[in-house]
Design a protein around this ligand. Sequence first.
Ligand code: SR1
Ligand code: MG
Length: 419
Amino acid sequence: MPLSTPPGYRSLSDTSVVDFLAALPDIRSRLGSQPWTVREVGDGNLNLVFLVNGPAGAVCVKQSLPYVRAAGESWPLPLERSYFEQAYYHHVGEHVKGLAPEVYHYDPAMFAIVMEQLSPHIIMRRGLIAGNRYPDAARAVGEYIARASFFTSDLAVPLDKKFDGVADFARNQALIRITAELVFADPYRVMDRNRWTSPELDGLAADVRADGPLKAAASRLGHKFLSSTEALIHGDLHTGSVMVTQTDTRVMDPEFAMYGPIGFDLGAFLANILMSYFSQPGHATADNDRRDLQPWLLEQVPVFWQAFAERFVQLWSDLSNGDAYPKNLFSAPSDWPAFEAEQQRTLARLFADMIGFAGIKTIRRIFGFAHNADFELIEDRAARAKAETNAVRLARLFLLEPERFTTPEDIVVAAKGIG
Ligand code: SR1
Ligand code: MG
Protein backbone atom coordinates (compact mmCIF):
# COMPACT_ATOMS: atom_id res chain seq x y z
CA MET A 1 0.00 0.00 0.00
CA PRO A 2 1.47 3.43 -0.92
CA LEU A 3 2.44 5.65 2.03
CA SER A 4 -0.19 8.23 2.86
CA THR A 5 0.85 11.89 2.62
CA PRO A 6 -0.97 15.13 3.54
CA PRO A 7 -3.29 16.76 0.99
CA GLY A 8 -1.32 19.16 -1.19
CA TYR A 9 1.84 17.05 -1.16
CA ARG A 10 3.08 15.20 -4.20
CA SER A 11 6.61 14.14 -4.87
CA LEU A 12 8.13 16.22 -7.63
CA SER A 13 9.41 14.95 -10.96
CA ASP A 14 11.62 16.53 -13.61
CA THR A 15 8.47 17.90 -15.25
CA SER A 16 6.31 18.84 -12.24
CA VAL A 17 9.19 20.73 -10.59
CA VAL A 18 8.97 23.20 -13.52
CA ASP A 19 5.25 23.84 -12.85
CA PHE A 20 5.98 24.15 -9.13
CA LEU A 21 8.63 26.83 -9.69
CA ALA A 22 6.71 28.60 -12.45
CA ALA A 23 3.99 29.35 -9.88
CA LEU A 24 6.48 31.30 -7.72
CA PRO A 25 6.92 34.80 -9.20
CA ASP A 26 10.25 35.56 -7.50
CA ILE A 27 11.75 32.27 -8.59
CA ARG A 28 10.35 32.66 -12.10
CA SER A 29 12.08 35.99 -12.51
CA ARG A 30 15.27 34.62 -10.97
CA LEU A 31 15.36 31.84 -13.59
CA GLY A 32 14.17 33.87 -16.58
CA SER A 33 11.90 32.73 -19.35
CA GLN A 34 11.38 29.06 -20.06
CA PRO A 35 12.55 26.54 -21.18
CA TRP A 36 14.50 25.56 -18.07
CA THR A 37 16.69 22.51 -17.73
CA VAL A 38 16.15 20.12 -14.84
CA ARG A 39 18.42 17.49 -13.35
CA GLU A 40 17.57 15.34 -10.33
CA VAL A 41 20.90 14.85 -8.54
CA GLY A 42 20.02 13.65 -5.03
CA ASP A 43 22.68 11.18 -3.97
CA GLY A 44 22.07 11.37 -0.22
CA ASN A 45 20.08 8.90 1.80
CA LEU A 46 16.82 10.78 2.16
CA ASN A 47 15.53 13.34 -0.34
CA LEU A 48 14.90 14.51 -3.88
CA VAL A 49 17.24 17.24 -5.11
CA PHE A 50 16.66 19.06 -8.41
CA LEU A 51 19.00 21.49 -10.12
CA VAL A 52 17.00 23.86 -12.29
CA ASN A 53 18.70 26.26 -14.71
CA GLY A 54 17.18 29.05 -16.77
CA PRO A 55 18.58 31.75 -19.03
CA ALA A 56 18.84 34.26 -16.15
CA GLY A 57 19.79 32.11 -13.18
CA ALA A 58 19.61 28.81 -11.35
CA VAL A 59 18.05 27.31 -8.22
CA CYS A 60 18.18 24.08 -6.28
CA VAL A 61 14.98 22.40 -5.03
CA LYS A 62 15.18 19.94 -2.15
CA GLN A 63 12.05 17.99 -1.30
CA SER A 64 11.34 15.47 1.45
CA LEU A 65 10.09 12.06 0.43
CA PRO A 66 7.77 10.20 2.83
CA TYR A 67 10.39 7.48 3.24
CA VAL A 68 14.16 6.97 3.45
CA ARG A 69 15.27 7.17 -0.17
CA ALA A 70 18.21 4.81 0.37
CA ALA A 71 15.91 2.13 1.82
CA GLY A 72 12.63 2.63 -0.05
CA GLU A 73 9.02 2.73 1.17
CA SER A 74 9.61 -0.01 3.71
CA TRP A 75 11.26 2.70 5.88
CA PRO A 76 8.71 5.53 6.23
CA LEU A 77 9.99 8.93 7.40
CA PRO A 78 7.98 12.08 8.22
CA LEU A 79 8.06 14.81 5.62
CA GLU A 80 8.65 17.52 8.26
CA ARG A 81 12.44 17.25 8.02
CA SER A 82 12.37 19.98 5.37
CA TYR A 83 10.62 22.27 7.86
CA PHE A 84 13.49 21.79 10.32
CA GLU A 85 16.08 22.29 7.61
CA GLN A 86 14.68 25.68 6.57
CA ALA A 87 14.06 26.62 10.23
CA TYR A 88 17.73 25.93 10.97
CA TYR A 89 18.79 28.21 8.10
CA HIS A 90 16.38 30.81 9.45
CA HIS A 91 18.01 30.66 12.91
CA VAL A 92 21.67 30.68 11.85
CA GLY A 93 21.56 32.25 8.36
CA GLU A 94 22.45 35.80 9.34
CA HIS A 95 25.41 34.56 11.41
CA VAL A 96 26.93 32.33 8.74
CA LYS A 97 26.53 34.53 5.68
CA GLY A 98 28.69 33.28 2.84
CA LEU A 99 29.18 29.92 4.55
CA ALA A 100 25.76 28.38 3.74
CA PRO A 101 23.44 28.46 0.72
CA GLU A 102 20.81 31.19 0.64
CA VAL A 103 17.19 30.00 1.04
CA TYR A 104 14.76 31.65 -1.39
CA HIS A 105 11.47 29.95 -0.56
CA TYR A 106 9.88 27.23 1.56
CA ASP A 107 6.65 25.49 0.61
CA PRO A 108 5.16 23.86 3.73
CA ALA A 109 2.59 21.83 1.80
CA MET A 110 5.11 20.37 -0.63
CA PHE A 111 7.81 20.10 2.05
CA ALA A 112 10.17 21.66 -0.49
CA ILE A 113 12.95 24.23 -0.10
CA VAL A 114 14.03 26.39 -3.04
CA MET A 115 17.56 27.63 -2.50
CA GLU A 116 20.72 28.90 -4.07
CA GLN A 117 22.27 26.49 -6.54
CA LEU A 118 25.92 26.22 -5.64
CA SER A 119 28.01 26.16 -8.79
CA PRO A 120 30.73 25.22 -9.67
CA HIS A 121 30.91 23.69 -6.18
CA ILE A 122 31.21 19.97 -5.62
CA ILE A 123 30.63 17.87 -2.52
CA MET A 124 33.80 18.02 -0.43
CA ARG A 125 33.86 14.25 0.12
CA ARG A 126 33.76 13.64 -3.63
CA GLY A 127 36.54 16.15 -4.18
CA LEU A 128 38.76 14.51 -1.58
CA ILE A 129 38.12 11.08 -3.09
CA ALA A 130 39.19 12.52 -6.44
CA GLY A 131 42.45 13.62 -4.81
CA ASN A 132 41.77 17.35 -4.62
CA ARG A 133 42.71 19.79 -1.84
CA TYR A 134 40.48 22.61 -0.67
CA PRO A 135 42.79 25.15 0.96
CA ASP A 136 40.17 27.04 2.96
CA ALA A 137 37.54 24.37 3.73
CA ALA A 138 38.66 23.23 7.20
CA ARG A 139 39.06 26.81 8.40
CA ALA A 140 35.67 27.76 6.96
CA VAL A 141 33.87 24.82 8.59
CA GLY A 142 35.55 25.60 11.95
CA GLU A 143 34.39 29.19 11.57
CA TYR A 144 30.92 28.04 10.60
CA ILE A 145 30.50 25.78 13.65
CA ALA A 146 31.79 28.52 15.97
CA ARG A 147 29.30 31.06 14.60
CA ALA A 148 26.26 28.79 14.27
CA SER A 149 26.74 27.29 17.73
CA PHE A 150 27.76 30.43 19.63
CA PHE A 151 24.84 32.53 18.32
CA THR A 152 22.28 29.87 19.28
CA SER A 153 23.75 29.12 22.70
CA ASP A 154 23.04 30.44 26.19
CA LEU A 155 26.23 32.46 25.84
CA ALA A 156 24.68 34.63 23.15
CA VAL A 157 20.90 34.64 23.56
CA PRO A 158 18.60 35.14 26.54
CA LEU A 159 17.09 31.95 27.87
CA ASP A 160 13.56 32.76 26.64
CA LYS A 161 14.71 32.85 23.03
CA LYS A 162 16.99 29.85 23.47
CA PHE A 163 14.22 27.70 24.95
CA ASP A 164 11.75 28.75 22.23
CA GLY A 165 14.31 27.28 19.84
CA VAL A 166 14.67 24.15 21.95
CA ALA A 167 10.87 23.71 21.91
CA ASP A 168 10.69 24.16 18.12
CA PHE A 169 13.47 21.74 17.23
CA ALA A 170 12.38 19.19 19.84
CA ARG A 171 9.77 18.13 17.24
CA ASN A 172 12.51 16.88 14.90
CA GLN A 173 12.20 13.58 16.71
CA ALA A 174 12.13 11.21 13.75
CA LEU A 175 15.57 12.37 12.63
CA ILE A 176 16.93 12.56 16.16
CA ARG A 177 15.81 8.94 16.57
CA ILE A 178 17.68 7.96 13.40
CA THR A 179 20.88 9.37 14.92
CA ALA A 180 20.23 7.84 18.35
CA GLU A 181 19.78 4.41 16.78
CA LEU A 182 22.04 4.38 13.73
CA VAL A 183 24.96 6.26 15.27
CA PHE A 184 24.96 5.40 18.97
CA ALA A 185 23.37 1.95 19.16
CA ASP A 186 23.22 -0.13 15.95
CA PRO A 187 26.97 -0.66 15.36
CA TYR A 188 27.22 -2.09 18.87
CA ARG A 189 24.38 -4.65 18.51
CA VAL A 190 23.08 -7.20 16.05
CA MET A 191 20.78 -5.32 13.66
CA ASP A 192 19.61 -6.39 10.22
CA ARG A 193 20.23 -2.98 8.65
CA ASN A 194 23.92 -3.08 9.65
CA ARG A 195 26.55 -4.04 7.14
CA TRP A 196 30.33 -4.05 6.86
CA THR A 197 33.08 -5.25 4.56
CA SER A 198 32.54 -8.96 5.01
CA PRO A 199 34.15 -11.36 5.60
CA GLU A 200 37.25 -9.17 6.10
CA LEU A 201 35.80 -7.19 9.00
CA ASP A 202 33.60 -9.92 10.53
CA GLY A 203 35.96 -10.36 13.48
CA LEU A 204 36.23 -6.62 14.13
CA ALA A 205 32.44 -6.20 13.97
CA ALA A 206 32.05 -8.97 16.55
CA ASP A 207 34.73 -7.37 18.73
CA VAL A 208 32.87 -4.06 18.66
CA ARG A 209 29.63 -5.76 19.70
CA ALA A 210 31.38 -7.57 22.55
CA ASP A 211 33.40 -4.65 23.89
CA GLY A 212 31.73 -3.53 27.13
CA PRO A 213 33.89 -0.42 27.75
CA LEU A 214 33.40 0.66 24.10
CA LYS A 215 29.63 0.25 24.41
CA ALA A 216 29.68 2.18 27.69
CA ALA A 217 31.59 5.03 26.02
CA ALA A 218 29.18 5.02 23.05
CA SER A 219 26.18 5.09 25.37
CA ARG A 220 27.70 7.86 27.54
CA LEU A 221 28.08 10.00 24.42
CA GLY A 222 24.62 9.00 23.21
CA HIS A 223 23.21 10.20 26.52
CA LYS A 224 25.02 13.50 26.10
CA PHE A 225 23.71 13.80 22.54
CA LEU A 226 20.12 13.36 23.74
CA SER A 227 20.24 15.40 26.92
CA SER A 228 22.43 18.42 26.09
CA THR A 229 20.79 21.54 24.63
CA GLU A 230 24.05 23.46 24.37
CA ALA A 231 23.33 25.04 20.97
CA LEU A 232 21.41 24.55 17.74
CA ILE A 233 23.58 22.02 15.94
CA HIS A 234 23.58 20.94 12.31
CA GLY A 235 23.35 17.31 13.34
CA ASP A 236 24.99 15.68 10.28
CA LEU A 237 28.03 17.80 9.46
CA HIS A 238 30.15 15.33 7.52
CA THR A 239 32.13 16.15 4.36
CA GLY A 240 29.07 15.13 2.29
CA SER A 241 27.26 18.13 3.82
CA VAL A 242 29.92 20.60 2.66
CA MET A 243 30.18 21.99 -0.87
CA VAL A 244 33.45 23.48 -2.02
CA THR A 245 35.45 25.20 -4.67
CA GLN A 246 39.08 26.18 -4.28
CA THR A 247 37.98 29.46 -2.69
CA ASP A 248 34.45 28.98 -1.35
CA THR A 249 32.95 26.65 1.27
CA ARG A 250 29.27 26.17 2.12
CA VAL A 251 27.65 23.96 4.74
CA MET A 252 24.33 22.47 3.63
CA ASP A 253 21.81 19.74 4.49
CA PRO A 254 20.94 20.64 8.10
CA GLU A 255 17.78 18.50 8.25
CA PHE A 256 19.05 16.68 11.36
CA ALA A 257 19.17 20.02 13.22
CA MET A 258 18.42 19.95 16.94
CA TYR A 259 19.58 21.56 20.15
CA GLY A 260 22.49 19.35 21.15
CA PRO A 261 26.17 19.28 22.06
CA ILE A 262 28.46 21.48 19.96
CA GLY A 263 31.04 18.70 19.99
CA PHE A 264 28.72 16.57 17.86
CA ASP A 265 29.18 18.84 14.83
CA LEU A 266 32.90 19.24 15.55
CA GLY A 267 33.33 15.48 15.87
CA ALA A 268 31.41 14.78 12.65
CA PHE A 269 33.67 16.95 10.53
CA LEU A 270 36.86 15.77 12.25
CA ALA A 271 35.89 12.10 11.81
CA ASN A 272 35.30 12.62 8.11
CA ILE A 273 38.66 14.32 7.57
CA LEU A 274 40.29 11.40 9.33
CA MET A 275 38.31 8.81 7.38
CA SER A 276 39.41 10.56 4.19
CA TYR A 277 43.00 10.36 5.47
CA PHE A 278 42.79 6.60 6.08
CA SER A 279 40.99 5.99 2.77
CA GLN A 280 43.53 7.76 0.55
CA PRO A 281 45.93 4.83 -0.08
CA GLY A 282 42.91 2.93 -1.43
CA HIS A 283 42.37 5.63 -4.05
CA ALA A 284 46.00 5.81 -5.18
CA THR A 285 46.56 5.59 -8.93
CA ALA A 286 49.66 5.55 -11.14
CA ASP A 287 49.20 9.30 -11.66
CA ASN A 288 48.49 10.20 -8.06
CA ASP A 289 49.80 8.09 -5.21
CA ARG A 290 48.06 10.34 -2.65
CA ARG A 291 51.24 10.49 -0.53
CA ASP A 292 51.06 14.30 -0.41
CA LEU A 293 47.35 14.43 0.23
CA GLN A 294 47.58 12.41 3.43
CA PRO A 295 49.84 14.87 5.32
CA TRP A 296 47.75 17.74 3.96
CA LEU A 297 44.61 16.15 5.40
CA LEU A 298 46.26 15.84 8.81
CA GLU A 299 47.32 19.49 8.62
CA GLN A 300 43.63 20.34 8.38
CA VAL A 301 43.00 18.98 11.89
CA PRO A 302 44.70 21.87 13.77
CA VAL A 303 43.49 24.35 11.15
CA PHE A 304 39.90 23.26 11.79
CA TRP A 305 40.17 23.24 15.58
CA GLN A 306 42.02 26.58 15.80
CA ALA A 307 39.49 28.28 13.52
CA PHE A 308 36.66 27.05 15.70
CA ALA A 309 38.35 27.78 19.03
CA GLU A 310 39.59 31.27 18.16
CA ARG A 311 36.28 32.42 16.70
CA PHE A 312 34.20 30.88 19.50
CA VAL A 313 36.23 32.58 22.23
CA GLN A 314 36.32 35.89 20.37
CA LEU A 315 32.53 35.88 19.94
CA TRP A 316 32.07 34.93 23.59
CA SER A 317 34.38 37.77 24.70
CA ASP A 318 32.83 40.40 22.44
CA LEU A 319 29.16 39.52 22.01
CA SER A 320 27.98 37.56 25.02
CA ASN A 321 24.41 38.53 25.79
CA GLY A 322 22.86 35.38 27.23
CA ASP A 323 21.98 34.08 30.65
CA ALA A 324 25.04 31.84 30.87
CA TYR A 325 28.10 33.65 32.25
CA PRO A 326 26.15 36.96 32.56
CA LYS A 327 28.49 39.62 31.28
CA ASN A 328 27.99 41.96 34.23
CA LEU A 329 29.49 39.29 36.49
CA PHE A 330 32.82 39.69 34.73
CA SER A 331 32.96 43.42 33.96
CA ALA A 332 35.74 44.35 36.39
CA PRO A 333 39.35 43.83 35.23
CA SER A 334 39.94 41.75 38.37
CA ASP A 335 37.35 39.22 37.05
CA TRP A 336 39.01 38.77 33.69
CA PRO A 337 41.63 36.13 34.58
CA ALA A 338 38.93 33.86 36.02
CA PHE A 339 36.72 34.48 32.99
CA GLU A 340 39.52 33.69 30.55
CA ALA A 341 40.44 30.54 32.49
CA GLU A 342 36.80 29.49 32.27
CA GLN A 343 36.80 30.02 28.51
CA GLN A 344 39.86 27.77 28.20
CA ARG A 345 38.17 25.16 30.41
CA THR A 346 35.13 25.25 28.12
CA LEU A 347 37.31 24.82 25.04
CA ALA A 348 39.04 21.83 26.64
CA ARG A 349 35.65 20.26 27.35
CA LEU A 350 34.47 20.92 23.77
CA PHE A 351 37.70 19.35 22.47
CA ALA A 352 37.04 16.24 24.58
CA ASP A 353 33.45 16.08 23.29
CA MET A 354 34.74 16.41 19.72
CA ILE A 355 37.12 13.49 20.21
CA GLY A 356 34.40 11.24 21.60
CA PHE A 357 31.85 12.07 18.92
CA ALA A 358 34.48 11.65 16.20
CA GLY A 359 35.07 8.11 17.44
CA ILE A 360 31.35 7.37 17.37
CA LYS A 361 30.86 8.90 13.92
CA THR A 362 33.67 6.78 12.50
CA ILE A 363 32.42 3.47 13.86
CA ARG A 364 28.88 4.08 12.55
CA ARG A 365 30.20 4.55 8.99
CA ILE A 366 32.00 1.20 9.04
CA PHE A 367 29.55 -1.12 10.81
CA GLY A 368 26.15 0.61 10.55
CA PHE A 369 23.54 1.29 7.85
CA ALA A 370 24.96 4.40 6.17
CA HIS A 371 28.52 4.12 4.89
CA ASN A 372 30.97 6.65 3.45
CA ALA A 373 31.90 6.79 -0.22
CA ASP A 374 35.49 7.39 1.00
CA PHE A 375 35.67 3.67 1.80
CA GLU A 376 32.85 2.32 -0.41
CA LEU A 377 34.56 3.47 -3.60
CA ILE A 378 37.81 1.64 -2.86
CA GLU A 379 37.63 -1.20 -5.36
CA ASP A 380 40.37 -3.38 -3.87
CA ARG A 381 38.66 -5.17 -1.00
CA ALA A 382 41.86 -5.73 0.97
CA ALA A 383 42.77 -2.04 0.69
CA ARG A 384 39.27 -1.06 1.75
CA ALA A 385 39.29 -3.39 4.74
CA LYS A 386 42.71 -2.04 5.76
CA ALA A 387 41.56 1.58 5.53
CA GLU A 388 38.43 0.83 7.55
CA THR A 389 40.37 -1.14 10.16
CA ASN A 390 42.82 1.75 10.59
CA ALA A 391 39.97 4.20 11.05
CA VAL A 392 38.39 1.93 13.66
CA ARG A 393 41.71 1.70 15.51
CA LEU A 394 41.83 5.47 15.90
CA ALA A 395 38.13 5.62 16.80
CA ARG A 396 38.68 3.08 19.55
CA LEU A 397 41.53 5.17 20.96
CA PHE A 398 39.25 8.22 20.91
CA LEU A 399 36.61 6.32 22.86
CA LEU A 400 38.67 4.18 25.20
CA GLU A 401 41.74 6.34 25.84
CA PRO A 402 40.40 9.89 25.48
CA GLU A 403 42.92 11.26 27.98
CA ARG A 404 45.61 10.81 25.27
CA PHE A 405 44.00 13.63 23.27
CA THR A 406 44.15 17.18 24.53
CA THR A 407 45.52 19.00 21.47
CA PRO A 408 45.03 18.66 17.68
CA GLU A 409 48.66 17.55 17.47
CA ASP A 410 47.80 14.53 19.64
CA ILE A 411 45.27 13.50 16.99
CA VAL A 412 47.80 13.94 14.19
CA VAL A 413 50.42 11.87 16.02
CA ALA A 414 47.96 9.05 16.72
CA ALA A 415 46.66 8.99 13.12
CA LYS A 416 50.21 8.91 11.71
CA GLY A 417 51.11 6.10 14.07
CA ILE A 418 48.26 3.98 12.69
CA GLY A 419 48.58 4.37 8.94
C1 SR1 B 1 18.42 6.65 7.32
S1 SR1 B 1 19.40 8.03 7.16
C2 SR1 B 1 21.02 7.49 7.30
C3 SR1 B 1 22.00 8.58 7.43
O1 SR1 B 1 21.93 9.45 6.34
C4 SR1 B 1 22.15 10.77 6.77
O2 SR1 B 1 23.15 11.36 6.00
C5 SR1 B 1 22.51 10.70 8.23
O3 SR1 B 1 23.91 10.61 8.43
C6 SR1 B 1 21.81 9.47 8.63
O4 SR1 B 1 22.30 8.91 9.83
MG1 MG C 1 22.48 14.80 4.60
